[in-house]
Ligand binder design. Structure first.
Ligand code: 3HC
Length: 330
């Protein structure tokens, strides 16, 4: 089972008239900009939506280690190896903060992993694409981490306290990753003819999938309206995609690389770039389990879970022994 469940759970936005007094008071707290903490009352839909989004986000961080982990031993210098290793470890840390934030909502880590492994819960579509050359490490840092921070910086203001706080450190680290990727691209783009060709090829392959990271266009986004009313999301998918294009195109120009979009043009009236939509059929196909690496990624995660069982068992046994020793001493 490699499909990420295509059927969405979104139900649209709840109107004030449909709310119970408790729900209305909750909405007023959100509107005033108050943070919601785990033990406070919250509507069931708010809790479920957060578990869905934070869970998907945590899974993305963990699965996102795979395409880069693949390059640690092949990075061109010892320094590049050490930097990439540190970056991949950062992503593991991000996954852990996010799983902890999701756990405060009453879901266990075992349940979250079970939903990932069975395909009930999604992870970002971007990680179902292969990383073929060293330039891809540059493109992933520059574009993928770049898209991630575009989305995640506003999430530092999200209404759920543990999620907002986790985002602060994650964003600092992701910003560093983006710069690290850009620096790899800069070296490649100023290198030999073959290195320039590799840098351009990486941009060509990652541009469309990076645009897809922001989710379907607003008219097809099932969760945006309710998630924005609850401040689980701070911007729409299209707003963030536009911001990403506006900031990234000048960076590509600086590198001397060409964004693979014939329709890309600065619109003098709006001050924003006009650009082509990514291939949405491909997006849904990847979500449906048919991306180039869906099978490989999910198998790697399932194997890691199975092979790590003895560590979890040992930790449980250790903590039980410790608790028993403490009780005996009391
Ligand atoms: N990949 C996989 N699934 C996606 C997706 C993508 N790029 N974009 C949207 N979807 C899914 C949604 O999860 C939803 O499915 P569901 O109902 O089964 O959960 C469905 O498509 C409809 O999309 P919506 O626009 O209605 O969904 P959302 O309102 O949740 O918006 C989102 C999607 C913008 C990704 C939002 O969930 C979000 O902001 N999430 C938090 C950030 C996040 O998860 N980022 C992952 C990026 S990778 C990363 O951070 C790793 C780093 O190391 C680079």
């Amino acid at each position: 089972m490699y499909a990420q469940q295509i059927k969405s759970t979104g139900k649209g936005v709840q109107s004030l008239a449909d709310m119970t007094p408790e729900e209305r008071a909750f909405q007023e707290r959100i509107d005033r900009g108050e943070k919601i903490e785990p033990k406070e009352w919250m509507p069931d839909g708010y809790r479920k939506n957060l578990i869905r989004q934070i869970g998907q986000h945590a899974h993305s961080e963990i699965v996102g280690q795979l395409p880069e982990g693949n390059w640690i031993t092949r990075a061109p210098t010892l320094e590049r190896k050490a930097n990439l290793l540190a970056k991949v470890q950062d992503e593991a840390g991000h996954g852990l903060y996010l799983y902890c934030a999701a756990e405060t909502l009453g879901v266990s880590r075992d349940e979250l992993f079970e939903m990932l492994h069975s395909g009930k819960m999604k992870y970002s579509s971007i990680f179902n694409y292969p990383t073929l050359t060293w330039a891809d490490m540059g493109a992933v840092g520059w574009l993928v981490d770049g898209a991630a921070i575009m989305n995640q910086v506003p999430l530092q203001r999200t209404s759920f306290g543990p999620y907002a706080r986790a985002m602060v450190r994650i964003c600092k680290e992701e910003s560093f990753h983006q710069r690290q990727g850009f620096q790899i691209m800069m070296v490649m783009a100023q290198g030999s003819v073959d290195q320039i060709r590799m840098a351009q090829d990486a941009l060509n392959r990652f541009w469309g999938p990076a645009l897809m990271m922001f989710g379907p266009s607003d008219k097809d986004s099932v969760h945006s309206a309710q998630s924005m009313a609850w401040k689980i999301k701070m911007n729409t998918n299209d707003e963030l995609r536009q911001k990403f294009v506006d900031e990234t195109v000048p960076q590509a120009e600086y590198l001397g690389l060409k964004v693979p979009d014939e329709n890309l043009k600065l619109n003098e009236e709006t001050g924003h770039y006009d650009f082509s939509q990514p291939d949405w059929d491909e997006f849904y196909d990847v979500l449906n389990g048919n991306g180039p690496c869906n099978h490989e990624r999910l198998e790697a995660r399932k194997d890691a879970w199975a092979e790590g069982a003895w560590v979890r068992d040992a930790m449980m046994a250790h903590s039980e022994k410790k608790a028993a020793r403490k009780q005996a001493a009391e």
